[in-house]
Design a protein around this ligand. Structure first.
Ligand code: ACO
Length: 325
């Protein structure tokens, strides 16, 4: 059984409300909250992606009751590591002293935590590794155009983590039951962020890329509401279950209207779709593990609950997994 045995999360101390934003740009709480549900987000002041990831990881290890030395693999899902090199996963490994783990980053934008979890599960199913740490951590505030009110108001910073173990010998059922994941690079331009320009002495001049996030909001909205219900149904069917068997749907926290639309399309009550986007905004790869950790710590998940985790975002990428707690 491949099981989530511990969770953790960390948010920056600085909370920035919609009203705070309206003092520095032409926006309002009414505009942001009515279109997205978001009322506040946490933004780094002194915190780092690595520092938040380490804090979330320590909590997850403590809850799982294992030491950092027992980890075989660390995958960090991020699009905003502190450095290009070394990777976030290696920086976390060094701080935790997880000397026996292989560590690397996986970049799948808002689907990153989910794809990382599915990757460690595949290693575990083939018997390669037993104990994994999966992290989703972002400092999205550093890749926002703070003059673009259409994007910067949507995102926040933070980190979540989960310790995932292959407990094959414990004889109980449950854990990860199934997953499904997809990409469509042909539609990638709807949510984009450029990289550093090529500037070596032999380079030809090229058109400069926007090094901040740019988004066709309506195209992203249509993509999310059409693909997410389908991939959830695909994963649930693979698990041999029906949508009615699912107790909780923990979706990427992009937008309340997207989540409400998915609930409607799946004909499920909105109460099964917990949200934290009101207080945290969209934290890309960190959204799902932060929400999972708060549900776990608040006692909102009961043993044997069947939970769908779903991610979707840039790439385009999207996926879902079914777990039994
Ligand atoms: N405050 C006030 N006005 C604003 C703001 C703002 N923060 N941002 C844009 N506006 C204005 C625009 O300038 C525009 O004005 P105009 O009509 O005078 O030109 C008007 O509001 C409408 O702008 P639209 O972009 O058309 O607004 P829309 O109704 O599409 O809402 C939104 C934008 C909320 C982004 C919506 O498209 C959406 O929810 N999309 C989903 C995308 C999403 O959630 N992305 C998250 C990242 S991707 C991911 O995580 C999967």
């Amino acid at each position: 059984m491949i099981k989530i045995c511990g969770t953790g999360s960390a948010l920056p101390a600085k909370k920035v409300t919609n009203d705070d934003l309206s003092k520095i740009m032409d926006t309002s709480d009414e505009w942001i909250s009515s279109r997205t549900g978001i009322r506040a987000r946490h933004l780094v002041t002194t915190e780092t992606t690595t520092g938040m990831a380490v804090e979330a990881s320590r909590q997850a290890l403590e809850q799982a009751g294992i030491t950092a030395e027992e980890l075989d693999i660390i995958i960090a899902a991020t699009l905003t590591p502190d450095h290009v090199l070394p990777t976030l996963a290696c920086e976390v490994q060094a701080t935790l002293g997880a000397v026996n783990a292989v560590a690397f980053d996986l970049h799948a934008a808002c689907s990153g935590f989910l794809f990382s979890m599915n990757t460690v599960a595949a290693y575990m199913q083939s018997g390669v590794y037993k104990n994994a740490l999966v992290i989703g951590a972002e400092t999205l505030s550093k890749i926002m155009d703070w003059n673009d009110r259409g994007t910067c108001v949507l995102f926040g910073d933070g980190a979540g983590a989960a310790v995932i173990r292959n407990l094959e010998e414990d004889g109980t059922n449950g854990g990860l039951l199934s997953f499904a994941q997809h990409s469509d690079g042909a539609r990638g331009s709807v949510l984009a962020c450029g990289n550093r320009p090529v500037q070596h002495p032999f380079a030809q001049p090229r058109e400069e890329e926007n090094q901040n996030v740019s988004m066709d909001g309506q195209a992203v909205y249509k993509f999310a509401v059409s693909t997410v219900p389908k991939v959830i149904e695909e994963a649930v069917t693979k698990a041999g279950l029906t949508i009615e068997d699912i107790d909780l749907f923990v979706l990427h926290q992009a937008n309340q209207r997207i989540i409400e639309s998915v609930a409607k399309r799946l004909k499920q009550p909105i109460e099964k779709f917990p949200m934290n986007l009101q207080a945290c905004g969209n934290i890309s790869a960190a959204s799902v593990p932060i929400l999972l950790d708060s549900l776990n710590k608040d006692g909102k998940i009961k043993p044997n609950d069947r939970i769908v985790l779903a991610g979707f975002g840039a790439g385009l990428t999207w996926g879902a997994a079914v777990i039994q707690w």
